[in-house]
Design a protein around this ligand. Structure first.
Ligand code: GLC
Ligand code: CA
Length: 557
């Protein structure tokens, strides 16, 4: 066990897009003022941290991941003073704030890039980005946004050279070989830590350095720079989270998690396996993935998203095997025709055919597996999407707060909205919104709140060890989370058919057992327990004696 408990260990992270969350000044665009007014809701829901997608000045050609000034705020969101007010208010609500930090590239409108293209070839100013006379350089690096780009190089007439862009052509890659670039970006880290933020989601970390003959991902020099970021963060003497976005197999993502590097990394392999399990009704590969995940990194350092603001990234066979991709393609019908780049461009609810039971079982896993569960705004409601909008905008539509116009997101006339509020059949904001679901005891929203409450009361789920148990059923995954004073047994059926199975409880023979979520007593543990899990059913059981507080978890109805 670790000596010190870090705030982020087992924390539930809520990802939101400030522009799409709540509009405070009525101009149709979400902002800090609006978000601050919704902190009560987030505290009520029970999340522990918010991750804000980029908040910096940007022409928004890639949702703000194309930055023109790393030390400022996009004027539509507010200004530095408004950010400070939001941060203070979040802290007063007991909520941590994680910023998205884009290290790999800038917007092509960033003054550094404009200066670089006009500066003489070979000069320090030019050298802030990666240039080449030959667009065949680094030919083994895959094109990531393949629906939008056909090469990682773009010709620049002014410079008379090609520049490297691993993402859109509007996002030139910074040249990390240049010490000036490194110093600038470390300065950005200092800037936001001085403001008081609690962590960074480090965007696209694998791509900082390039080398001929490789995919240009996770090179040793990239790790060296990330270690410098860590040293800089540690100098601040606060408990900060550095969380890597590396869409890579677990063996390749794990090296970022060294003691002197980053604290956490998203586990996108797990995400794919969770969807594959629901799509196929089989858990064997999910189980293997969980076992591997635990061996390559210390328990608790993985962040676990289901969906986010991007497409559901499945890759080219490098991230997960082709048969996993095939079973997702075959099983998740609503994904048909919505393939974008290397993944499926839909939100969680439509991908799951609007079935709240599938939403529940997947989140019941996230909330009980070791690591940081990530909840994408709106998924607590089963919010829908708007297929047909450009790029990844289908997944980025306004949060549905009430049945009022535009889902209570904004009072602006419809054409001014950042993106249209969802009125698709089955997902209409007039029915599917926070206000309505708060009042329905059986709603998905109240279910998430109750699960998060129970999780808070079960330290074994937050910090405990993890062990996968044998399951006699191909659709059911069984594991325990435990600390010295508490054991929680979890079983989940990932199939649409019911499952009956027997659980071997020999180890705990004679112990008291209770189903946690609804507080119901079970028979004393015996050699074998026969259990039935309905379609997408799951249970959390407490084994042995525990304190009374858990019995009285609020929100039971
Ligand atoms: C990350 C972000 C994605 C962005 C890309 C380029 O993958 O999640 O939204 O487009 O980086 O910054
Ligand atoms: Ca606004």
């Amino acid at each position: 066990m670790t000596l010190k408990e870090f705030w982020w260990k087992g924390a539930v992270i809520y990802q939101l897009i400030p522009r799409s969350y709540a509009d405070g000044n009525g101009d149709g665009i979400g902002d800090f003022q609006g978000l601050a007014s919704r902190l009560n809701y987030l505290r009520w829901l029970g999340i522990e941290a918010i991750w804000l997608t980029p908040i910096y000045p940007s022409p928004l050609q890639d949702g703000g991941y194309d930055i023109t000034d790393f030390k400022n705020i996009h004027p539509e969101l507010g200004d530095l003073a408004a950010f400070y007010r939001l941060l203070t208010a979040a802290h007063n609500h007991g909520i941590k704030v994680i910023l998205d930090l884009v290290l790999n590239h800038t917007s092509s409108l960033h003054p550094w890039f404009q200066r670089a293209r006009w500066a003489p070839k070979g000069s320090t100013e030019r050298d802030v980005y990666v240039w080449s006379d030959d667009p065949q350089r680094y030919a083994e690096a895959p094109v990531l946004f393949r629906n939008f780009e056909s090469s990682n190089w773009e010709w620049d007439d002014v410079a008379g050279q090609y520049y490297l862009h691993r993402f859109l052509r509007h996002q030139p890659d910074l040249n990390y070989e240049n010490p000036w670039v490194q110093e600038q970006m470390l300065g950005v880290v200092d800037f936001w830590l001085d403001k008081g933020v609690d962590g960074f989601r480090l965007d696209a970390v694998p791509f900082l350095f390039e080398a001929e003959g490789s995919r240009c991902e996770g090179l040793p020099e990239t790790h060296d720079f990330l270690k410098k970021v860590r040293q800089r963060v540690d100098k601040h003497g606060r408990d900060i989270l550095l969380l890597a976005e590396a869409i890579q197999p677990v063996e390749e993502a794990a090296p970022y998690l060294a003691d002197d590097e980053l604290h956490g990394a998203f586990n996108f392999v797990l995400t794919a396996h969770l969807f594959a399990a629901v799509a196929s009704g089989k858990v064997n590969q999910l189980r293997e993935c969980l076992e591997k995940t635990q061996h390559v990194a210390s328990v608790g350092s993985w962040a676990m998203p289901l969906r986010n603001h991007d497409e559901l990234w499945l890759g080219d066979g490098h991230l997960v095997p082709d048969d996993v991709i095939q079973s997702i393609r075959a099983g998740l019908h609503q994904g048909h025709g919505h393939w974008l780049n290397w993944g499926i461009n839909r939100r969680l609810a439509p991908l799951l055919n609007g079935d709240p039971r599938a939403n529940r079982v997947l989140h019941a896993l996230l909330y009980s597996l070791p690591g940081m569960p990530c909840l994408y705004y709106g998924d607590e409601l089963g919010m829908g999407d708007w297929p047909g909008l450009r790029d990844r905008d289908p997944n980025r539509t306004p949060m549905a707060w009430t049945s009022a116009r535009n889902g209570g997101f904004s009072t602006a006339p419809d054409p001014l909205l950042v993106l249209p509020a969802v009125t698709a059949p089955g997902y209409d904001y007039r029915v599917l919104n926070v206000e309505v679901q708060k009042q329905l005891p059986g709603s998905l929203l109240n279910w998430h709140r109750r699960m998060l409450t129970c999780r808070r009361l079960l330290p074994a789920l937050r910090q405990g060890e993890f062990e996968i148990l044998e399951s006699t059923h191909p659709s059911v995954i069984v594991y325990i989370r435990y600390i010295e004073s508490m054991i929680v047994l979890v079983a989940a059926n990932l199939s649409a058919a019911g499952a009956s199975l027997s659980l071997d409880l020999t180890r705990w023979k004679g112990e008291r057992t209770r189903e946690v979520l609804w507080g119901c007593e079970y028979p004393l543990a015996d050699d074998n327990w026969f259990v039935y899990l309905p379609s997408y059913g799951f249970s959390w059981w407490l084994i042995g004696e525990v304190e009374e507080t858990i019995q009285n978890a609020p929100g039971k109805n």
